[in-house]
Design a protein around this ligand. Structure first.
Ligand SMILES: *[C@@H]1O[C@H](CO)[C@@H](O)[C@H](O)[C@H]1NC(C)=O
Ligand SMILES: *[C@@H]1O[C@H](CO)[C@@H](O)[C@H](O)[C@H]1NC(C)=O
Ligand SMILES: *[C@@H]1O[C@H](CO)[C@@H](O)[C@H](O)[C@H]1NC(C)=O
Length: 365
């Protein structure tokens, strides 16, 4: 019996999916989709006697060593959306990620340890074996709602009170970091894993607007604690007394020593650190990386690939909100020095390369 077969049966036995599969013949196809990535040549169970850190490190090495997930292992056409081959687009993205991850000269910008910070970002849906890495400012609230419903704490997306979505004591959506090392390793190795990205600079603009200009969720610490700390360190002209300006924010983000400042801000930095730092895309083998710019195609694709499209749908996406707006990016960056923009790009270069976002040469040159 091949390893893959053996794992099929282990998984089936352990999870009682047999019943589900009998009930939904189509489910079996979705189930199959997960297997090639997750069992890339690895059959030895990890030793659970090592410490958490060691385990995570060895796990990271295992994941790194295993072959990049070849696109052809996904059965042709099974997850095509609207009759078109969106799967090819998704597969190309994963191939790009694995080739950029292997580029030694970008290693600093593409690799990150799978530590507590990353495990805190990943939400777990055990019922359907899904891991979702949160990348704020990219429509994550909607995905969290979808997963909360799947986990069963609420029966529809509409019923979830807004304040409960981000309250992980109440919403029944645990973080991967809340689990034991063994549980973490099992889930990283076998679950369907995804996250969503968008143009890195547009995301920073969105974070700046949301946290420092509008602050719609009433989170006073952004304006009262974080903004003054950034201004103290990065504002050129201290006679100026306005609130945080985009220029100050960019100087902070592009500072090669930003980590010293980050430490004061705790987990609030999730709104502006790189996707690499949030989700470790070169150290965890994700099955799908959605793009905000094509969310209309990606959302149904992800639901189908995760085998949950018959259970839940992604909330309606208002027209126009997902498209890249170059005019907006130009406006925000006008008046910011080339030096500061280049420093910013140097830090976010990994995100641009990994996810196929074009270098913003109109800002850099
Ligand atoms: C690796 O990245 C460097 C720096 O961006 C680039 O010049 C080089 O072409 C890349 N190598 C490969 C094999 O893609
Ligand atoms: C990579 O990281 C090391 C150690 O943090 C640093 O010394 C080096 O300058 C970095 N290289 C690049 C290209 O950023
Ligand atoms: C793009 O951004 C600009 C400036 O913020 C705004 O005026 C314009 O309406 C936006 N365009 C679209 C298509 O949303």
């Amino acid at each position: 019996m091949s390893d893959t077969m053996r794992h099929h049966w282990l998984l089936l036995g352990a999870c009682g999916w047999v019943l589900l599969i009998l009930m939904f013949a189509s489910k079996f196809i979705n189930f199959n989709l997960r297997v090639p990535d997750d069992y890339g040549g690895k059959s030895e169970p990890l030793s659970w006697t090592v410490t958490a850190t060691k385990l995570i490190k060895s796990l990271a090495r295992e994941l790194e060593k295993s072959e990049p997930q070849p696109a052809h292992q996904l059965p042709e056409g099974t997850v095509a959306v609207n009759g078109e081959d969106w799967q090819a687009v998704e597969s190309e993205r994963l191939e790009l990620v694995s080739s950029v991850c292997r580029n030694g000269s970008l290693k600093n910008l593409t690799h990150t340890p799978i530590g507590k910070f990353v495990l805190d970002r990943i939400f777990v849906c055990d019922k359907h074996k899904i891991l979702f890495c949160q990348t704020p400012k990219v429509g994550n609230t909607q995905w969290k709602k979808v997963l909360i419903v799947l986990n069963g704490a609420f029966s529809t997306v509409e019923e979830i009170p807004e304040n409960v979505v981000h309250d992980h004591d109440k919403n029944g959506l645990p973080r991967l970091s809340s689990m034991s090392e063994k549980e973490i390793a099992e889930r990283l190795n076998t679950y369907f894993k995804f996250f969503i990205v968008r143009d890195p600079f547009e995301r920073l603009i969105s974070a700046f607007k949301d946290k420092f200009l509008q602050n719609p969720r009433f989170e006073p610490w952004y304006k009262h604690d974080i903004a003054p700390a950034i201004i103290r360190k990065y504002r050129k002209n201290h006679m100026e007394t306005t609130g945080l300006r985009f220029e100050d924010f960019i100087r902070y983000l592009g500072d090669p020593n930003h980590k010293r400042v980050d430490r004061q801000f705790g987990d609030h930095i999730i709104h502006w650190v790189t996707y690499v730092e949030l989700c470790a895309p070169c150290d965890i083998k994700y099955n799908v990386i959605g793009h905000h710019e094509s969310l209309e195609r990606d959302a149904p694709y992800i639901l189908k690939a995760a085998g949950i499209d018959h259970l839940v749908s992604y909330p309606t996406i208002p027209p126009g909100i997902t498209s890249y707006n170059r005019t907006k990016v130009e406006q925000y960056f006008s008046g910011i020095s080339k030096r500061d923009i280049r420093r910013l790009y140097a830090r976010f270069h990994g995100d641009f390369r990994l996810f196929g976002y074009k270098e913003p040469d109109f800002l850099l040159n």
